[in-house]
Design a protein around this ligand. Structure first.
Ligand SMILES: NC(=O)c1ccc[n+]([C@@H]2O[C@H](COP(=O)([O-])OP(=O)(O)OC[C@H]3O[C@@H](n4cnc5c(N)ncnc54)[C@H](O)[C@@H]3O)[C@@H](O)[C@H]2O)c1
Length: 332
C-alpha cells in the first residue's frame, strides 16, 4: 500500500476549518481532556537563549477525534523585528488506528485558530449571553482569532483594541473589517478606558506585567486571558483574579505550573489552588455550571493544551479531505 501524506498550508487550514467547526472541535477536546479521556504527556521545551527563543514539542492522543498529533512550535518574541511572526510551527497528524502519518499542517495559523476557538468555547459557557462590547489587549496574531471566535459565539457590535505599538490596533481592525462588517472599531488611549463598560475583556499580549487595572472591570464581565505562559508572566492583575466569581482554566495541572497570572498571587498568599472553580471541560460536560448570574465576573485562563492541536488538526484534515484541499506527497 502506498503511504501518502497530506500537506496543508495556512491557507488550506483556513479554508478547511471554519471558526464554528474549530470551536466545536475544541469544546469536545476540552471535555475529553477533563474527563481523563486523552493522553497528554508533558510538553518538552528546548530554550535557545542565544536567540531568545524557545521551541516546544507538544504531543497528544485524543481518541474521540481518532488522532495522535505532535506540534512543534517555536516562540521567538524578537521575530517581529526580523519581519517574522512570534510563533511558527507545524503539526504532524497520525492516524490513531494504524499510527500512519496522515498530514503535516502549518502550525502558526492552526495555533491561532485553536487558541481563539478554545476561548470561544469557554466564552460560550461563561460570557454574558448578549455581550456586544469587547476590549482586546494585544493586536497581534492571537488577537485576530480571539475576536473572530468571540464574534462567532456572541453578537459583537463594538471592539476596543489597545496595543502600545502605534498602528497595530488599526491594522487589526483593517484586517478583520471585511470579515466582521457589523463591528465598530474603537481605539482607546489607555487601558482603563478600554475596559470600562466592556462585557468581555480579552488579553492576548506578550506582556509580562498586568495590562489593565482589575478595579475597572464592571460586574458581569468575562475576562479571557490567553497570553501569559510562564510562571513569571502576569497579564491580568491580582485584583482581577480576586474579583473573579468563577476562575476557570484550561487545565488545573498546566496553569499551576505555567500561568504567572495564578502562580504569582498564590506565591503572595492571596489565593490557594482551590480558588480555581473549574476546567472548561468540566463545564462543557455539565459537571460544573457555567455563568449563573448576570453580575458574575468570570475569568478564563488558558496556557494552551496539545489536545486542542490534535483536535483542530484532525478536524482540518477531515475538512481538507472533503474539499479536496492540500498537496499529497507519496512517502513510500
Ligand atoms: N494560551 C495559548 O494557548 C496560547 C497560544 C498561542 C500563543 N499564546 C501566547 O499569546 C501571546 C501573544 O501571541 P501572538 O502570537 O499574538 O504574539 P504577537 O507578537 O503577534 O502579538 C502580541 C501583541 O501584544 C502587544 N502587547 C505587548 N504588551 C502589551 C500591553 N501591555 N498591552 C496591550 N498589548 C500589548 C504587542 O505589541 C503585540 O502586538 C504570546 O505570549 C504567546 O505565547 C498563547
Amino acid at each position: 500500500m502506498p503511504q501518502e501524506l497530506l500537506v496543508l498550508t495556512a491557507q488550506d487550514v483556513k479554508r478547511a476549518l471554519p471558526m464554528e467547526r474549530a470551536i466545536s472541535a475544541c469544546e469536545e477536546a476540552y471535555a475529553a481532556y477533563s474527563a481523563g479521556e486523552a493522553v497528554v504527556p508533558l510538553r518538552t521545551q528546548i530554550p535557545v537563549p542565544h536567540y531568545e527563543g524557545v521551541s516546544v514539542f507538544m504531543p497528544a492522543h485524543l481518541p474521540v477525534a481518532g488522532s495522535t498529533a505532535l506540534k512543534v512550535v517555536s516562540v521567538y518574541p524578537r521575530n517581529p523585528e526580523r519581519g517574522l511572526p512570534t510563533i511558527m510551527g507545524m503539526v504532524v497528524l497520525l492516524d490513531a488506528t494504524t499510527g500512519a502519518p496522515l498530514a503535516l499542517l502549518e502550525g502558526g495559523y492552526l495555533t491561532a485558530l485553536r487558541t481563539g476557538a478554545a476561548a470561544g468555547a469557554a466564552a460560550r459557557h461563561l460570557a454574558p449571553a448578549g455581550a456586544r462590547v469587547a476590549a482586546l489587549f494585544g493586536a497581534g496574531v492571537q488577537g485576530r482569532t480571539q475576536v473572530l471566535a468571540l464574534a462567532a459565539v456572541r453578537p459583537l457590535e463594538e471592539v476596543r483594541v489597545f496595543d502600545p505599538v502605534p498602528g497595530r490596533a488599526q491594522a487589526l481592525a483593517a484586517d478583520l473589517g471585511a470579515e466582521l462588517p457589523g463591528v465598530r472599531w474603537v481605539f482607546p488611549d489607555e487601558p482603563r478606558e478600554a475596559v470600562q463598560g466592556a462585557e468581555v475583556v480579552i488579553t492576548a499580549t506578550t506582556s509580562s506585567t498586568p495590562v489593565f487595572p482589575g478595579d475597572a472591570l464592571a460586574p458581569g464581565t468575562h475576562v479571557s486571558a490567553i497570553g501569559s505562559f510562564t510562571p513569571t508572566m502576569q497579564e491580568i492583575d491580582e485584583t482581577t483574579v480576586l474579583r473573579a466569581d468563577k476562575l476557570v482554566v484550561d487545565s488545573r495541572e498546566a496553569v499551576l505550573v505555567e500561568a504567572g497570572d495564578i502562580i504569582i498571587p498564590m506565591q503572595r498568599g492571596a489565593i490557594t489552588p482551590d480558588r480555581i472553580f473549574a476546567e472548561v471541560g468540566e463545564i462543557v460536560r455539565g459537571r460544573k455550571p457555567g455563568r449563573e448570574r448576570p453580575d458574575e465576573i468570570t475569568v478564563y485562563k488558558a496556557v494552551g493544551l496539545a489536545v486542542l492541536d490534535a483536535a483542530a488538526a484532525a478536524a482540518a484534515y477531515r475538512g481538507a479531505a472533503e474539499l479536496g484541499l492540500g498537496t499529497r506527497v507519496r512517502l513510500m
